[in-house]
Design a protein around this ligand. Structure first.
Ligand code: SAH
Ligand code: SF4
Length: 385
């Protein structure tokens, strides 16, 4: 713990409060049109603004060189700002993972986002990553709320409680700020976005989905490269099922236990929406060609990692009638959370047991352990310093 803490620096308590200016980042084309019309400008300025905000990733109005200088000044005088959230602190892991504390725009708080080069497979450092390759492949993990109201017993974010919902601009802004930080070229580089950071995206549905639409329609990221992870908020999954294929991200459900008894213990929300109801809602999602719903399964040592649990899980997957795959995640420990990381033999045994039953199964490699990369860990750790 002490060697890990060396990577962390205390937050600046004197950081100025967010300004009361009207924030443009996060507005869609109709929202920007309203601003443009109110400023008495022609409607084609909307295109210039969306290009500047979401494609060129310009961070201040003064730098939007496609607008006349006088207009830029006037908009600033009228109290407008781009207001894209900036990176306050950055932590780099030896495996290439970068974790950021990102400033709130609508509040004086912070959220976390993560950059995982080479997807989620941990290949970086194996010596093959730069052999003539001129494109970037990475996964960005974004947060949807400050804290979380869903009281999962193994999760550090849960300890914060729900502090507030992020705005659409704060959600999409994490992604765009990180794209900018790494000079990503959309259309060339292979970027995945996962909403697996702090918070429950489907309990902030409107803002989260508005952010997704901006990322798809304005930034240019395919919804097939985005995954939303939920603890199983049934009304949210039902709404997701209604979204058109052209903007709907893929669905991942944090199952984390093979039956209702254990799931209700580790995820009390299961008492409200048990496994059957969650799968029933997921069944209504129209899957695209070769798409599957992911079941995330955090292995808790001695609680969910036994051979009998693997058997039950395989049975559940087979009888569901849904195209599912399982993502196994070894639990990442956190201060004061009363669980054990599973033994590596148990993890491997669990994976093999599922594979033997023909369940598509992936083992997510731990990333950024040395920078507290588990959900909610960085913020908790920095704040408790
Ligand atoms: N609230 C959403 C998305 C954020 S959590 C959800 O729960 O799905 C993203 C994933 O991290 C979830 O699958 C959750 O089960 C997992 N997770 C939370 N705490 C963890 C920990 N300490 N170690 C490993 N995975 C964890
Ligand atoms: Fe919230 Fe997800 Fe953590 Fe559960 S696992 S407390 S839903 S962030």
């Amino acid at each position: 713990m002490s060697s890990q803490s060396n990577n962390l620096v205390a937050l600046d308590p004197l950081r100025p409060a967010p300004s009361s200016r009207t924030v443009l980042f996060g507005l869609d084309a109709p929202g920007l049109q309203k601003v443009v019309t109110e400023a008495g400008e022609p409607v084609w300025r909307v295109r210039q603004l969306t290009e500047a905000l979401y494609r060129q990733r310009v961070a201040t109005l003064e730098q939007v060189t496609t607008l006349p200088l006088a207009l830029r000044r006037r908009l600033v005088e009228q109290g407008l700002q781009i207001g894209r959230p900036g990176i306050l602190q950055e932590f780099r892991s030896s495996d290439g993972t970068e974790r950021y504390l990102i400033e709130g725009v609508a509040g004086p708080d912070t959220v976390e986002a993560v950059w995982m080069p080479e997807g989620d497979e941990g290949e970086l450092g194996d010596g093959v990553e730069d052999e003539g390759r001129s494109w970037i492949r990475a996964t960005i993990c974004a947060s949807s709320q400050v804290g979380c109201a869903v009281n999962c017993q193994f999760c550090l974010t849960a300890r914060l409680g729900l502090q507030r919902n992020l705005t659409s601009g704060e959600i999409a802004g994490q992604v765009v700020t990180i794209l900018d930080r790494h000079g990503v070229e959309i259309g060339k580089d292979r970027i995945n976005v996962v909403f697996m950071g702090m918070g429950e995206p489907l309990l902030n549905y409107d803002n989260w989905m508005a952010a997704v639409r901006i990322l798809v329609q304005e930034v240019g990221i395919s919804p097939l490269r985005m995954t939303v992870s939920t603890s199983g908020i049934v009304p949210g999954i039902e709404r997701l099922a209604q979204e058109p294929d052209s903007v709907r991200p893929k669905l991942a459900i944090s199952l984390n236990a093979p039956n209702d008894r254990i799931r209700s213990e580790v995820m009390p929300i299961n008492r409200k929406w048990p496994i059957h109801d969650v799968l029933e809602a997921a069944r209504a999602v129209h899957l695209r060609n070769r798409e599957r719903v992911t079941l995330e399964y955090v292995l808790l040592g001695g609680v969910t990692d036994g051979p009998e649990h693997a058997k039950q899980l395989a049975q559940l997957v087979r009888s569901s009638g849904i195209a599912l795959k399982v993502n196994l995640i070894a639990w990442n420990p956190g201060p004061g959370v009363p669980y054990r990381t599973p033994q590596s033999a148990a993890v491997e045994g669990f994976r093999q047991a599922l594979a033997a039953e023909d369940v598509p199964v992936y083992l997510r490699k731990p990333r950024g352990r040395d920078i507290f990369a588990a959900c909610g860990q960085l913020k908790r750790t920095v704040e408790s310093l």
